[in-house]
Write a protein that binds this ligand. Structure first.
Ligand SMILES: [Zn+2]
Ligand SMILES: [Zn+2]
Length: 222
């Protein structure tokens, strides 16, 4: 099922909740074309993909990556300070199931299309959102407190990027809040970098893991 044509918003974040994000997708006609689509079958973002590249495999610590390709300007972040003392105080006040007060920062204030993450912005600098550069112009964001990999940002001067490129932010789909991720729209519709995939890993994505013994929890049942 494709993403709905009307505007929708989804949320997610890292495992310790120091980093929260919100992606507000506008109505279909305001969504840019995916530059990897074809003119015969134009498609618009966002897009849900499996990525078989070696960097994604390692970054996710999984057999393959699962990502949502978004426009940078759709994203906002709520970032906590990395100060342990502050976090302890916040945790004391939090009750289970209670949403904390979010202070949303538009992603373009944190990411520059040509130079990458704006590491000099105090709220980013003081947060647990850190970056690894897997290539000179590719930043992979993660939480330095809980280790959750979160996002991928490609940046460069316009002449170094494919024609039609616009700033986009990929979110690792496993970090999307479960209530959102359960929606059928998030089912991957494309598998990328299959030249680099593991044969058996691609077997799982192709055959739906048929033949694998499925355990309801973590062990075989009687
Ligand atoms: Zn975290
Ligand atoms: Zn990848």
């Amino acid at each position: 099922m494709p993403f709905p044509p009307e505007p929708f918003t989804y949320h997610g974040g890292c495992n310790c909740r120091s980093i929260r994000y919100r992606i507000a997708v506008p109505a279909e006609m305001s969504r840019p074309l995916n530059i990897y689509g074809t003119s015969a079958a134009p498609e618009r973002l966002p897009m849900s993909v499996i990525c078989q590249c070696n960097d994604c495999r390692r970054t996710h610590g999984q057999a393959f990556g699962f990502a949502l390709i978004n426009v940078l300007s759709w994203a906002s972040f709520s970032l906590r300070s990395q100060s342990e003392e502050e976090r302890k105080e916040e945790h004391k006040e939090e009750k289970v199931g209670e949403e904390r007060q979010e202070d949303w920062i538009p992603a373009p204030a944190l990411f520059d299309a040509t130079t990458g993450p704006r590491l000099d912005v105090p709220v980013l600098k003081d947060s647990t959102l850190k970056f690894f550069r897997s290539s000179p112009n590719r930043a992979r964001g993660f939480c330095s407190n809980c280790g959750t990999p979160l996002c991928y940002f490609a940046f460069a001067t316009p002449d170094k990027l494919p024609e039609g490129w616009y700033p986009q932010l990929d979110i690792w789909a496993g970090t999307v809040d479960r209530g959102d991720l359960e929606k059928e729209w998030f089912r991957p519709e494309r598998e990328l970098w299959t030249d680099f995939g593991l044969e058996w890993g691609m077997g799982i994505t192709k055959k739906g893991a048929s033949g694998v013994t499925r355990c309801r929890r973590y062990k075989l049942e009687d």
